[in-house]
Design a protein around this ligand. Structure first.
Ligand SMILES: [Zn+2]
Length: 68
Protein backbone atom coordinates (compact mmCIF):
# COMPACT_ATOMS: atom_id res chain seq x y z
CA UNK A 1 0.00 0.00 0.00
CA UNK A 2 2.76 2.41 0.95
CA UNK A 3 5.73 2.34 -1.37
CA UNK A 4 7.54 5.29 0.14
CA UNK A 5 9.81 4.78 3.06
CA UNK A 6 8.05 5.72 6.23
CA UNK A 7 9.90 7.64 8.93
CA UNK A 8 8.61 5.27 11.55
CA UNK A 9 6.88 1.95 11.51
CA UNK A 10 3.31 1.94 12.66
CA UNK A 11 2.45 -1.40 14.21
CA UNK A 12 -0.74 -3.02 13.04
CA UNK A 13 -3.23 -4.65 15.31
CA UNK A 14 -6.34 -6.71 14.87
CA UNK A 15 -9.08 -4.10 15.09
CA UNK A 16 -12.83 -4.57 15.26
CA UNK A 17 -14.54 -2.55 12.56
CA UNK A 18 -17.97 -2.08 11.09
CA UNK A 19 -17.97 -2.69 7.35
CA UNK A 20 -20.80 -1.73 5.02
CA UNK A 21 -22.90 -4.71 3.99
CA UNK A 22 -23.23 -3.39 0.45
CA UNK A 23 -20.65 -5.06 -1.81
CA UNK A 24 -20.38 -1.90 -3.87
CA UNK A 25 -19.72 0.39 -0.94
CA UNK A 26 -16.34 0.76 0.72
CA UNK A 27 -17.62 2.43 3.86
CA UNK A 28 -16.28 1.20 7.17
CA UNK A 29 -15.37 2.57 10.58
CA UNK A 30 -13.55 1.45 13.64
CA UNK A 31 -15.92 0.12 16.27
CA UNK A 32 -14.23 2.31 18.85
CA UNK A 33 -15.43 5.35 16.94
CA UNK A 34 -18.92 4.20 16.05
CA UNK A 35 -21.61 6.44 17.45
CA UNK A 36 -24.24 3.73 17.66
CA UNK A 37 -24.10 0.15 18.88
CA UNK A 38 -24.97 -1.02 15.37
CA UNK A 39 -24.40 1.88 13.01
CA UNK A 40 -25.75 2.41 9.52
CA UNK A 41 -23.26 3.13 6.78
CA UNK A 42 -22.66 6.89 6.67
CA UNK A 43 -22.14 6.69 2.92
CA UNK A 44 -25.11 4.72 1.68
CA UNK A 45 -27.27 3.99 4.73
CA UNK A 46 -26.98 0.20 4.49
CA UNK A 47 -26.51 -1.96 7.54
CA UNK A 48 -23.00 -2.73 8.67
CA UNK A 49 -21.33 -6.01 9.51
CA UNK A 50 -18.84 -6.66 12.25
CA UNK A 51 -15.39 -7.53 10.94
CA UNK A 52 -11.86 -7.50 12.15
CA UNK A 53 -9.03 -6.04 10.12
CA UNK A 54 -5.35 -5.47 10.59
CA UNK A 55 -5.09 -1.70 10.98
CA UNK A 56 -2.38 0.62 12.17
CA UNK A 57 -2.57 0.95 15.92
CA UNK A 58 -4.10 4.24 16.94
CA UNK A 59 -2.10 6.60 19.01
CA UNK A 60 -3.07 10.24 18.77
CA UNK A 61 -4.69 10.62 15.43
CA UNK A 62 -7.94 11.83 14.01
CA UNK A 63 -7.82 9.31 11.22
CA UNK A 64 -10.53 7.19 12.77
CA UNK A 65 -12.54 6.70 9.60
CA UNK A 66 -11.45 5.82 6.13
CA UNK A 67 -13.54 5.82 3.02
CA UNK A 68 -11.88 4.95 -0.22
ZN1 LIG B 1 -22.23 1.82 2.53
Amino acid sequence: MFSKKMPEIIPEEDTNVWACSSPECKGWMRQNFAFQAVPDCPLCGSGMNEESRMLPALTNTTRNMAFS
